[in-house]
Design a protein around this ligand. Structure first.
Ligand code: AMP
Length: 389
């Protein structure tokens, strides 16, 4: 069975076609600059630059590519049994993979206010796929769903009850990734009754405490700015700063939002949101870059301590996403001096985790430390497959 996975952004569309249940990726690609003068479409080795006025033209190009007999992928469009859509915000409503109908689409629309940058684009992707893959079942996989298991003690904010009644609470994000790597970790531990911390460190970053296979707490909250320091987002700050910026310094709410979302984090500390540049600068003696790395790793350590205390122990610590998978510097800094928690990394293995199946656990470590590459698309394909089975 073929399952197409779509991740629609406002001007982009990422896709992968999977053969299920093998989970083999047959086609992988991306349409960029949708709605601009010239767009770019890439599927496996095929690349074309041309105007893509909307997501529809991008999906039509994909269909053409898939049906091209030279590529030997599918002979009929209807071979695609289902389309799995990544949807960022599922609010309190969606706790699992969901077959899309008019009611579900209306609810995703209602949630625009909670994810104004993502849910509208996700809905465009859904509506376009419905037009093109008319026979396929459309399934929504929500980035917040995995975190709906977070107990009230961890998802409620200590603000007046009326706001909680109006759905102001911790939702958490990157759920598809945290779920994928935590399941992989539990396979390695051969148990579901485990205490894990999953560190998704990409341009956006979040840490999750996964207790017995379920999200128990996470660093992002109502929105995606909270918690760890990120590429351009501040992570945790004192709320009073926001009011000071607005009341005493004359910034508007939109300007503050832009500063905390787009101009903060590593960009503010070290002048770049690309960790590779920062590592190079730090290695060349740049003090700002050095401090930025220490602060970045320090924020991670604070939550390792927090989550380990909450779960009364830890079985495994998992690094994933662009930085987690690739930066031995961040992994070293974020785990050093944690021997008292039973965490110790083997520095030789840390420099080349692939050679050790991602296992960088030190000899004296009671906690496993793993680098597990995330695969959100495969997770979406798998959840879609299980739902339609
Ligand atoms: P993602 O959002 O998961 O694509 O991750 C993007 C982040 O990963 C960027 O900050 C990159 O600088 C970082 N990254 C990618 N490759 C490396 C690498 N080899 N070393 C350090 N950081 C990397």
């Amino acid at each position: 069975m073929k399952i197409l996975v779509l991740n629609s952004g406002s001007s982009s569309l990422k896709f992968q076609l999977f053969d299920m249940p093998s989970g083999k990726a047959l086609v992988k690609g991306l349409a960029e600059r949708i709605g601009e003068k010239t767009g770019k479409f890439k599927a496996n080795d095929f690349v074309v630059e041309k105007a893509l006025p909307s997501h529809k033209e991008a999906l039509e190009l994909l269909t053409e590519y898939l049906l091209n007999p030279d590529h030997n992928i599918i002979a009929y469009k209807d071979e695609i049994a289902a389309v799995g859509h990544r949807v960022v915000h599922g609010g309190n409503t969606f706790v699992q993979p969901t077959l899309i109908n008019d009611e579900v689409k209306a609810k995703i629309k209602e949630l625009f206010s909670l994810a104004p940058l993502h849910n509208p684009a996700n809905l465009v992707g859904i509506e376009t796929a419905e037009q093109i893959f008319t026979k396929a079942r459309q399934v929504a996989i929500f980035d917040t769903a995995f975190h709906q298991s977070i107990p009230v003690v961890n998802h409620k904010y200590a603000i007046p009850e009326e706001f909680y009644q109006k759905d102001i609470r911790k939702y958490g994000f990157h759920g598809i990734s945290h779920q994928y790597v935590s399941r992989e970790a539990n396979k390695r531990l051969n148990s579901e009754n485990t205490k894990l911390i999953t560190l998704h460190l990409g341009n956006g970053a979040s840490a999750t405490a996964v207790l017995n296979g379920k999200s128990f707490d996470t660093t992002m909250g109502f929105g995606p700015m909270n918690g760890l320091i990120m590429g351009t987002r501040s992570g945790d700050i004192d709320q009073s700063i926001i009011f000071y910026m607005m009341d005493k310094m004359g910034y508007t709410a939109a300007e503050v939002q832009n500063i905390l979302n787009k101009k903060s984090g590593m960009m503010a500390l070290a002048g770049s949101n690309d960790l590779r540049d920062i590592e190079t600068a730090a290695a060349n003696g740049d003090k700002k870059a050095r401090l930025a790395l220490d602060m970045y790793a320090g924020a991670i350590k604070k939550y390792i301590g927090n989550f380990t205390a909450q779960m009364n122990g830890l079985d495994a610590l998992i690094f994933t996403a662009g930085i987690g998978e690739n930066s031995n510097v961040v992994r070293r800094l974020a785990t050093q001096s944690l021997e008292f928690l039973g965490i110790q990394v083997d520095e030789e293995k840390n420099k080349n985790p692939q050679a050790f199946n991602g296992d960088i656990t030190g000899e004296n470590s009671s906690v496993k430390v793993w680098v597990i590459p995330t695969n959100e698309e495969q997770e979406i394909a798998m959840q879609t497959f299980q739902l339609i089975q």
